[in-house]
Write a protein that binds this ligand. Structure first.
Ligand SMILES: *Cc1c(COP(=O)(O)O)cnc(C)c1O
Length: 374
């Protein structure tokens, strides 16, 4: 592969993070929600894109939202001075001093956390911003409506800077319960008369429920150019760009006969004499083992006319390799560059052929894959 980062390593696999695409997607989100501030959600090491990539590409966000206080520390150590929201708040009281030092904002979703904050004697003079989380129907995290108002008053009385927050279960689908409308109704009833900024929308709500944004939106998946629904068709007209591109090379080619089988279990049987390309990417790199035959792989300059082609996976993905049908790629050779997902092949398409969603694939990019930020 031609990148300088890759020349340093032996195995030709590389995830490139396009900071220009990050900036583009963030601008798109600002266009969609011009009145809201943006928490860029970068949990799970920025959905597999690395914190370095997020900081390089998303520096004009209003804040970063994440789970792990060590990631908050990393952002401060690398110069981030804006706001940081701990999306699940504190897991234990022993995180309070560090969260305070790092000037984090905190989600509060349970009575324990309310008590910790009520009795906390802060030394730094920093007053935590609190995003008090209401369980408006998703039944995952959050205070029930009956507990919410008292918790709000207690934390407000303790001097914290209060915000309201809730999370939607079904902003990406219709005809599922609870609907965005039902959750919004619960939110409005539970927060009535309690003056504070609000934070409601995830990516799906930003795209499809612009009546349910709030003062602070929380886009995750759309920042990465991936679909909240699992289907790329649903965002194809939203002008978002893929940020991660996973590439590798063909490292060997097998000439096989009609009736020969390929790979573990012999899942693929050659319908005619043909060539099979062996690619240096397997499930230990984060490529899904469940990818079916036919899952698309893009190959550079391999077509009869020398153009790019898309070839189908042929045979079970193994730990370090996968195999493709090269019948439409007569010019493919050892060393041909392939894209597994990214600009040419939406990760959503690979996910659909593997019984999962793009979220899972990008988050599961394996630590052994080198990441290049460009
Ligand atoms: C992960 C997360 C988000 C982002 O969701 P996307 O579907 O990726 O946009 C927003 N809010 C909370 C509370 C989350 O945990």
């Amino acid at each position: 592969m031609s990148t300088s980062a890759n020349r340093l390593i032996n195995r030709p696999i590389l995830a490139s993070i396009d900071t220009g695409a990050f900036r583009h997607n963030l601008n798109r989100i600002r266009e969609l929600a011009p009145e809201s501030k943006i928490w860029s959600v970068i949990k799970a090491k920025s959905y597999g894109h690395s914190l370095e990539g997020a900081l390089a590409g998303l520096g004009s966000t209003d804040g970063f939202a994440l789970l792990d206080i060590a990631d908050a520390q990393w952002l401060r150590d690398h110069g981030w001075q804006g706001r940081i929201l701990l999306l699940e708040g504190l897991f234990h009281t022993n995180e309070l001093d560090l969260a305070d030092d790092l000037r984090c904002d905190l989600v509060v979703h349970t009575e324990n956390q309310v008590q910790w904050l009520e009795s906390y004697q802060n030394k730094s003079g920093h007053r935590f911003g609190i995003f008090l989380k209401l369980n408006s129907g998703m039944n995952r995290l959050g205070l029930r409506p009956a507990e919410y108002r008292t918790a709000f008053h207690r934390l407000h009385a303790a001097g914290y800077r209060m915000h309201h927050m809730t999370h939607f279960a079904n902003a990406d689908q219709v005809d599922r319960s609870p609907s965005v409308g039902e959750q919004l109704e619960c939110f409005e009833a539970s927060t009535e008369g309690l003056q504070a900024p609000s934070s409601l929308a995830n990516s799906a709500a930003i795209l499809w429920h612009r009546n349910a944004l709030g003062d602070w939106i929380r886009p995750g998946i759309m920042l990465y150019g991936v679909s909240p629904t699992g289907s790329f068709a649903d965002i194809v007209r939203s002008d978002l760009q893929a940020v991660m591109q996973l590439r590798s090379e063909i490292i060997d080619i097998q000439e096989i006969k009609k009736g020969d089988h390929v790979g573990y279990g012999g899942r693929y049987e050659a319908p005619e004499d043909m060539r099979i390309g062996i690619i240096a990417c397997g499930y230990a790199d984060g490529y899904p083992r469940h990818a079916e035959d036919g899952t698309p792989v893009w190959i550079e300059a391999a077509g009869a006319d020398g153009g790019e082609v898309i070839c189908p996976i042929a045979g079970q993905v193994s730990m370090d390799m996968l195999t493709v049908d090269l019948r439409h790629a007569p010019q493919a050779t050892v060393g041909s560059i392939v894209e597994l997902w990214g600009k040419e092949i939406p990760v959503d398409d690979v996910a659909q052929m593997s019984g999962t969603i793009g979220y899972e694939l990008i988050c599961a990019l394996a630590p052994r894959v080198p990441v290049e930020i460009k």
